[in-house]
Design a protein around this ligand. Structure first.
Ligand SMILES: [Zn+2]
Length: 83
């Protein structure tokens, strides 16, 4: 059902503070991209707009906190303390 081109650690992706988007080079020359808020809401798939390949982003929700801070943004919802 789900066929990902690859699985990529979030640390290996590039975060753009202006667009709040994570990108990763796609073999077609374009970039996979996923919006930080999408990751926040549990969507862990980055898509290349040119060739429609997909990668799965490996991350913990807590990982996003530092990126929000880096972009000087607040998360759409407060980070929950998980029991
Ligand atoms: Zn591509």
């Amino acid at each position: 059902m789900s066929s990902f081109y690859d699985e990529i650690e979030i640390e290996d992706m590039t975060f753009d503070n202006d667009t709040k988007t994570f990108t990763y080079p796609c073999p077609c020359g374009d970039k996979f991209q996923v919006y930080i808020d999408d990751l926040f809401y549990g969507d862990d798939v980055a898509v290349c707009p040119s060739c429609s390949l997909m990668i799965q982003v490996i991350f913990e929700k807590e990982d996003l906190k530092e990126y929000y801070e880096e972009a000087d943004q607040t998360p759409p919802e407060p980070f929950m303390i998980t029991a």
